[in-house]
Design a protein around this ligand. Structure first.
Ligand code: 3HC
Length: 309
């Protein structure tokens, strides 16, 4: 337990023995986040069912998974044979078959409250009553997402960061009805995936996005006042950030970044009033959504280097 926060140590002291092991997982949504969560599970020995409603999304999720193992092969941290074994533990599907056998599910569908309600309703009908259900929401409150659930005590937030295979942090969010046992299970599962979990309160944006959004909004306001985004990126990278704000928005996704900003504005209207975000609006209208579709502030080629062209 070394390296864990005092708060986390306390959670373990009180409830650690309540954690249920997640030995078989499922991920709902095979986008960039869902694909990243899937391969992170598989690479840490947890077989995973990856479900989506569209075959092309499933293909994208498998591509995210393959490019991650390709990186590890290139770095000689994995052999071709090991990579094939890892990929074989991922079961892509358009149906809910096998969900009655999973210990934990992470929902990673788009940030639409109505859609999340619908998906959770479907999920509760197919999993066991004690299966942990987690949402990878970036900013919506857990209590709002889980408001219609039959067993809300097993519902928890597990907020990952992009790119999931490399970003260490996972925010574990406890709603008012989430049991301590579910928090312990989520923390233990995150540790099993090699992540650094922190337990945070259920509020719009949780911890990271409340801070990050102030930064990205300041950047967008600069751009709208005429600043050159590449110049800002170079400056912030020279300052020491791993990637400047424009490149970061491309990694997050312009649609996701815009949604997070709106949720934060609604949650903290006095401190972060609504701004029109003309840059975001223009980019969305031109279908420039970031790395996910190859064009955002920058353009990207289909190789997996990720760096802007
Ligand atoms: N998938 C998997 N691994 C990747 C990767 C990807 N997409 N991109 C890079 N990597 C790995 C590389 O293989 C390399 O691994 P190594 O050190 O073992 O060789 C390592 O990451 C560093 O990569 P590079 O040297 O190619 O590139 P960088 O030095 O620029 O690092 C980065 C890439 C780790 C992504 C770094 O730029 C970074 O930390 N950026 C910040 C990302 C961030 O802030 N994400 C959070 C966004 S907010 C969010 O997602 C929440 C949502 O709710 C909005």
């Amino acid at each position: 337990m070394s390296g864990l926060s005092a708060e986390l140590k306390q959670v373990f002291k009180e409830h650690g023995d309540q954690a249920r092991p997640v030995n078989q997982a499922a991920v709902l949504g095979a986008g960039i986040m869902g694909g990243g969560i899937t391969i992170t599970n598989a690479a840490h020995g947890v077989p995973v069912i990856m479900k989506d409603i569209a075959q092309e999304q499933l293909d994208l999720g498998m591509k995210t998974a393959s490019s991650q193992v390709d990186r590890l092969i290139k770095k000689e941290q994995m052999t071709q044979e090991q990579a094939s074994q890892v990929l074989a533990t991922i079961e892509p599907t358009l149906e809910y078959e096998g969900f009655d056998k999973v210990d934990g599910v992470i929902e990673a569908v788009v940030e639409n409250l109505g859609l999340k309600h619908k998906v959770l309703d479907q999920l509760e009908a197919v999993v066991h009553d004690d299966t942990l259900i987690a949402t990878n929401t970036s900013s919506l409150r857990i209590d709002d997402i889980g408001q219609h659930m039959k067993h809300p005590q097993r519902f928890v937030g597990m907020h990952f960061f992009n790119p999931v295979p490399v970003m260490p942090l996972v925010e574990i969010i406890q709603g008012t009805r989430t049991s301590d046992e579910s928090v312990s299970t989520a923390v233990t599962w995150a540790l099993k995936m090699g992540k650094t979990p922190i337990v945070v309160q259920d509020c719009p944006g949780f911890l990271v996005n409340r801070i990050l959004t102030a930064y990205t909004r300041a950047f967008l306001q600069l751009v709208e006042k005429g600043a050159d985004f590449e110049h800002v990126d170079r400056s912030m990278e020279a300052f020491g950030w791993p990637m400047g704000p424009a490149y970061l928005e491309d990694v997050i996704g312009i649609d996701t970044g815009s949604h997070v900003s709106d949720v934060i504005s609604a949650g903290y209207p006095e401190r972060m009033p609504h701004i029109e975000n003309d840059a975001f609006r223009l980019m969305k209208s031109k279908d420039r959504l970031g790395q996910k579709n190859g064009k955002g502030f920058y353009e990207y080629t289909p190789d997996d280097s990720g760096r802007p062209q």
